[in-house]
Design a protein around this ligand. Structure first.
Ligand code: SF4
Length: 316
């Protein structure tokens, strides 16, 4: 089934099989992170709008929930950009909840946590996963390259206010580690102080594993990732895990891979694992993917990735 606002389910180590809702146009964000797998932000904005009609999004979700089998583990509101820019986010969460009892997660860069209306909306989610990549204004600007008008201190205070308000669900925080940029012991120590005040339910550390917007946004080594996890008080590694994920019987394998690639550049070995786990011969499908003009192949970190053509390379 081809939808405009709904995608997946896609596999996620943090959220299991997650059915995504994208309530904003592609690459619409209030950051232009140096590590973004979507490339540089071409629509940098901090204006909240009802980009798409709420009723249209919920109608698609209703239809998808009737067709996706087995049911997903989570509904995730994310998109190729920043979902809190969707003005009716609170109505979207509540509307989705009327359709299903599946837990609803929102994945955000946290910039708009400074706004009371956004905190109120997010307080209705079962999980809010927010980024926090830098403990200082200078590092924040270097890594996240925010839209003019977004101030680090207001964002940090917003995170603290959200953490300590009456909320329905859990607060998870993720830090993207970049070699030589935010991986020093001092930066990790300062980050730990902030997180001590936030008291999130879970902390994740990640590093770019797909082509980033800027070549200088380099991943840290597995050893550095391990040390950072310890420095942050036992954070977990996140990432994209195909584990037990399979392509549903009767689904078109090429279109399923296309749907995943549209949201996350996909490693060749992951595509092979997914196809083999689904009992599908991988070679003809990969040949078709290579020949499909919607996609391109890119080498990064010694690995082969499939990307959609307009994509440069990680999202919040
Ligand atoms: S990584 Fe997320 S927050 Fe950063 S530019 Fe990309 S979509 Fe926006």
């Amino acid at each position: 089934m081809n939808y405009r606002y709904i995608y997946g389910p896609i596999p996620s180590r943090r959220l299991g099989r997650s059915l995504g809702i994208s309530p904003i146009p592609d690459k619409t964000c209030n950051f232009s992170c140096i590590y973004c797998m979507l490339g540089r932000t071409d629509h940098l904005t901090n204006e909240r709008e009802e980009y798409f009609k709420l009723g249209d999004i919920l109608a698609e979700l209703d239809d998808a929930l009737r067709h996706v089998s087995p049911p997903p583990d989570h509904i995730s509101i994310v998109g190729n950009g920043e979902p809190t820019l969707y003005l009716r986010l609170g109505d979207l969460i509540q509307g989705a909840r009327r359709l299903t009892s599946i837990p609803i997660a929102v994945i955000t860069n946290g910039a708009l946590l400074s706004e009371p209306a956004v905190r109120e909306a997010l307080a209705e989610a079962d999980i809010v996963l927010t980024s926090f990549n830098a403990p200082t204004e200078e590092l924040f600007r270097r890594i996240n390259r925010p839209c003019p008008g977004i101030a680090f201190e207001a964002m940090k205070q917003g995170l603290l206010d959200f953490a300590h308000m009456r909320r329905r669900g859990q607060l998870w925080v993720e830090m993207m580690l970049l070699e030589g940029i935010n991986d020093s012991p001092e930066t990790l120590e300062q980050t730990r102080w902030v997180l001590q005040d936030v008291e999130p339910d879970r902390v994740f550390v990640d590093t770019p594993i797909r082509p980033p917007a800027e070549d200088f946004a380099r991943p840290v080594t597995p050893e550095a990732l391990m040390l950072a996890k310890k420095a942050l008080g036992g954070a977990q590694a996140s990432g994209f895990d195909f584990g037990a994920f399979t392509i549903a019987a009767g689904a078109d394998p090429l279109e399923t891979l296309a749907g995943v690639c549209k949201r996350h550049p996909m490693r060749e070995d992951q595509a092979i694992e997914l196809l083999v786990n689904s009992g599908i011969d991988p070679l003809p499908v990969l040949d078709a993917l290579r020949a499909d003009p919607r996609f391109r192949v890119e080498q990064y970190g010694g690995q082969t990735f499939f990307l959609v053509r307009e994509m440069n390379g990680g999202s919040a």
